[in-house]
Ligand binder design. Structure first.
Ligand code: TEU
Length: 582
């Protein structure tokens, strides 16, 4: 009996220690982790700095700006795709995952850039596009030749002898239709995005292995993280049922609910992520319950996710990204952030962002880009991003307050999403004038104009003709001018990052809205056992007032965007204040 007990005891110890080991692979996400404390700076390589005069930003351009990036105080950069690509969707149509597109430079340039970042203590996050590739990728070129090609099953097909395929929707297509006929195979291939972006068939284990191999290849090159593009869409119900009733009017949510989505992500974690020191962020389309699954640490999937609920807020229903003329409701917007924050308290981690390459400039969309207010509003939005709970993802150019370019004519735009939506609307006889007005506020090209370095021609971005025009405000909105001015948007951003770094309460402290129903002010308290911080942000171009529950006489102003700061409870237009409780 005693012998059996001993054996049982030994077994329990072994099982417990295995569990412990298993856990340790993902354990640092439990409480504190470097990536929770990091500030991520997103670089859109096409638009950051051109070094060779072809009008397109490149890796050598980034190399020439390494010291600038270091001077910001950021910890990691996310680079949009720089792999070989026909560039019809600016690199999100990859034709060779293991090489650098010549427009951006060479592999040697890439290695030098990574080394340069690492020498400065900055990590590098690559963009991974695993839902689809380019129709010029070798896999697809082979696949489309014959049904007998070993690559045919790398994609999703519908044989034409069965008639028209069950309807599927496309995000970037002139007709909004997700199947494209291919003559040589007499079948249709699936494309959730443009017809030049065929969806990869994750049902096929060979495809998954190819993609894991690609990720290992970049990890071995020393990259530190991946931003996982459109990851929510990788799993499809290949019986192609009609749209279930619960998703009527919301087929993107259906696309983000594939039956094997999390099985695949868990496999990816086992096969790749768990074996390296790597951090991941998912572009996670879906509601809170869906998105939580990506980052719940017990599920062993990914580290962070970013959602669309806040940035897609305030559009008119049934129209394409058209802001409500009545404006957007700050009270509802605050609640979105509070809900996502509390959903991630136990298990998971949020990101905080207001701009990226798929969004307009945050200053125009959420602040105010008119001359009297632009500096205050830009600083106020930066204060928001850097004092919320969640890893900040900060978009290049926002640190100097870049704003929308607001093109007037359809001919000015380059973005495939906008052009295909315009074509759809035109064929339906929709209101094109209203569309173009809306695009001045919401189109993606607004967020893609070249970085404004100085007041020389093309803002110092290129010696050639820029692929997208530089915003004409570069003469006064540029890095060189702001370097000289200690109160500039740029220097305020640097001070904010320092403040965040010195105050871990802003990373791990709890988050609580105050004066929730206030229609003008976004105010919150960050709190640990030892400390309390009150942040108050005026989102309006008028003096605003707010109430809070901290003793006013004990509040000490530690940061603010106004040289004559107001007293607690009052804010000037777009004023931002951070108080510490003494
Ligand atoms: O975006 C995926 C995605 O879901 C987009 O359709 C997004 O909803 C849209 O851009 C909002 O306007 C990713 C990339 O971030 C985007 O740049 C690519 O165009 C897209 O994938 C296709 O790869």
């Amino acid at each position: 009996m005693i012998k059996y007990r001993k054996i049982l005891l030994v077994l329990i110890v072994i099982v417990a220690s295995c569990k412990q080991n298993n856990k340790s692979a993902f354990d640092d996400t439990d409480r504190q982790a470097w990536w929770k404390e990091a500030v991520v700076y997103q670089i859109y390589p096409r638009s950051f700095q051109d070094s060779d005069g072809d009008g397109v930003g490149d890796i050598r351009g980034i190399i020439s700006r390494l010291d600038y990036i270091k001077s910001l105080g950021v910890d990691m950069v996310w680079l949009n795709p720089i792999y070989v690509s026909p560039q019809k969707d600016n690199g999100y149509d990859i034709s060779d995952y293991e090489n650098i597109d010549p427009v951006f430079g060479t592999m040697k340039d890439f290695e030098e850039m990574v080394k340069g970042f690492h020498e400065r203590g900055i990590k590098v996050m690559m963009d991974m596009v695993l839902n689809h590739c380019s129709d010029e990728h070798r896999w697809f070129k082979e696949a489309r030749k014959s049904r007998n090609s070993p690559y045919y099953n790398y994609f999703h097909w519908w044989p034409a002898e069965k008639g028209e395929p069950p309807y599927r929707w496309s995000i970037f297509d002139d007709k909004g239709y997700g199947w494209e006929y291919n003559k040589a195979t007499n079948s249709y291939y699936l494309h959730y995005f443009a017809d030049f972006q065929p969806d990869l068939n994750w049902e096929n284990p060979k495809v998954r292995e190819e993609l894991y191999k690609i990720m290992r290849y970049w990890l071995q090159k020393g990259v530190d993280g991946f931003r996982m593009d459109a990851l929510a869409f990788i799993s499809k119900d290949t019986t192609w049922p009609p749209l279930p009733a619960e998703y009527k009017g919301n087929w993107t949510l259906y696309y983000a609910s594939g039956p094997k989505l999390h099985e695949y992500i868990q496999e990816l974690n086992r096969e790749v992520l768990s074996r390296y020191d790597v951090v991941t962020v998912a572009e996670a389309v879906g509601d809170i319950e869906r998105v939580k699954k990506f980052v719940d640490r017990d599920r062993k999937e990914l580290n962070m996710a970013y959602h669309f609920e806040a940035v897609d807020f305030g559009y008119q229903p049934g129209k394409y990204k058209t802001p409500d003329p009545k404006g957007w409701d700050l009270v509802k917007w605050k609640k979105i952030f509070a809900r996502w924050d509390s959903a991630m308290v136990e298990k998971g981690w949020n990101t905080v962002y207001l701009g990226n390459h798929d969004q307009p400039r945050m200053l125009t969309r959420w602040g105010n880009d008119s001359v009297p207010y632009r500096n205050s509003a830009a600083k106020m939005l930066s204060t928001f991003i850097l004092t919320m709970r969640g890893t900040p993802y900060y978009y290049y150019g926002d640190e100097i307050g870049m704003s929308n370019i607001k093109f007037n004519r359809i001919e000015d735009y380059k973005d495939v999403e906008l052009l295909t939506n315009y074509a759809q609307l035109k064929s339906k006889g929709g209101d094109l004038r209203e569309f173009l007005e809306a695009m001045k506020i919401t189109s993606r090209d607004n967020g893609r104009t070249p970085m404004q370095w100085n007041s020389s021609v093309h803002a110092g971005f290129t010696k050639g003709t820029p692929w997208l025009p530089v915003n004409s405000n570069y003469k006064f909105v540029n890095v060189a001018a702001q370097e000289q001015d200690s109160s500039s948007v740029l220097n305020y951003f640097r001070r904010l990052i320092k403040y965040r770094k010195n105050n871990k309460i802003l990373i791990y402290g709890s988050f609580r809205l105050v004066d929730e129903q206030n229609p003008d002010v976004f105010a919150y308290v960050r709190e640990t056992k030892e400390k309390k911080i009150l942040v108050a942000l005026n989102f309006k171009n008028k003096n605003s007032y707010y109430v809070h529950d901290l003793p006013a006489e004990k509040l000490k102003l530690v940061m603010g965007n106004n040289i004559n700061p107001s007293s607690p409870g009052t804010l000037k237009p777009y004023e931002a204040v951070i108080y510490e409780l003494q």
